[in-house]
Ligand binder design. Structure first.
Ligand code: ASP
Length: 329
């Protein structure tokens, strides 16, 4: 890290020399043009929702336009690569979730190293998941679902947002816990996956509550369980998967904000300040609470809070994925 710090300092000194500005003045001036938040999944899905809510807060704090750009595909790794290769000037950042920690094990030819090619800015928020089936599937509980899947295993499809997406991890965990292997269908995000679940083209989707609570409340899908240790206040009638005979079935979709490696410290600091204002903002917290999500504690909304969590999660998921034998080229 010493080396990185030195690189940043040298970069800033060079800029200061060219533009005749001391680093402190640069810090005050940034950002002088729109900042882009890259979402590595389809528009209208969970990561997009979180990014847009966050962008509103960043825009107010930074007094600069903050644009959300969707760069979907390959479970979020296309957007990740795009940001890892972007000019490190503070004008491109990435919002990515738990999938950042599974990508190194899942993608044999991953084009970037999450710990080396990106600068962590901080963790953002945690989002729960729900297990859904299409309304026309003749089951109403997890207890009904398991025998139904056993009898129909060749016909059932499980949608996800690509290898390493939260929906993929949840589906994998579910299939491994019930001991039934089903056909999966990958989309560029769970927004299009949800459309197909609503249309009856796929049967099962495990997705973040940011994309599911409104559909559940409107009665458009059947919900069979939540992935939290306790029931959600927003869906009190929905049992946890753990309480229905799958003890320990927990999945928390944590989110992190990243910049390309080499982004000037002055810009990273401003972005981190914007993140800290966001996680404490009552409007932001009220909006994400509508779908059962919570902002992280301030200690986690720091570069170290994200770096250490990512390091731990990479170590956790690597062996699980290798054992499951799932990977992509
Ligand atoms: N976060 C993805 C999306 O926004 C979904 C997923 O990870 O399963 O579509």
């Amino acid at each position: 890290m010493k080396f990185l710090g030195a690189t940043r300092w040298v970069g800033l000194s060079i800029c200061s020399a060219i533009f005749g500005l001391p680093a402190a003045a640069m810090a005050q001036q940034y950002p002088t043009r729109p900042v882009t938040v890259v979402v590595p999944f389809a528009a209208g899905g969970p990561t997009d929702t979180m990014a847009r809510l966050m962008a509103q807060q960043f825009q107010a704090y930074l007094k600069q336009t903050v644009v959300v750009e969707n760069a979907p595909g390959a479970g979020g790794t296309i957007g990740g690569t795009k940001v890892a290769r972007a000019t490190p000037d503070g004008y491109t950042v990435l919002l990515m979730h738990i999938g950042m920690s599974t990508a190194p094990a899942l993608y044999k030819k991953l084009q970037f190293d999450p710990l080396k090619d990106l600068e962590p800015i901080g963790q953002v928020a945690d989002v729960p998941m729900t297990l859904l089936v299409r309304n026309t599937l003749p089951v109403t509980s997890l207890k009904d679902l398991i025998p139904y899947l056993k009898a129909n295993r060749d016909k059932i499809t499980v949608a996800n947002a690509g290898l390493g997406a939260a929906s993929h991890l949840c589906g994998l965990l579910f299939m491994s816990r019930i001991g039934i292997d089903l056909t999966t269908v990958a989309y560029k995000g769970t927004a299009p996956a949800m459309n197909d679940l609503l249309g009856g083209q796929v049967d099962i989707l495990c997705d973040q509550t940011s994309n599911t609570v409104s559909q559940i409340k409107a009665g458009k899908v059947k919900v069979l369980g939540v992935t939290t240790p306790k029931r959600l206040a927003q869906l009190p009638e929905v049992p946890t998967l753990a309480e229905q005979g799958l003890p320990g079935f927990e999945l928390n979709v944590w989110h992190g904000l990243y910049a390309p490696r080499g982004t000037p410290k002055a810009a990273l600091d401003r972005l981190n300040q914007a993140l800290n204002v966001t996680i404490k903002d009552p409007t932001f917290n009220a909006r994400i609470a509508e779908f059962g999500a919570v902002s992280v504690a301030p200690a986690l909304a720091t570069p170290e809070g994200l770096r250490s969590h990512l390091t731990k999660e990479i170590a956790l998921w690597g062996p699980i994925i290798s054992k499951a034998g799932v990977f992509a080229d």
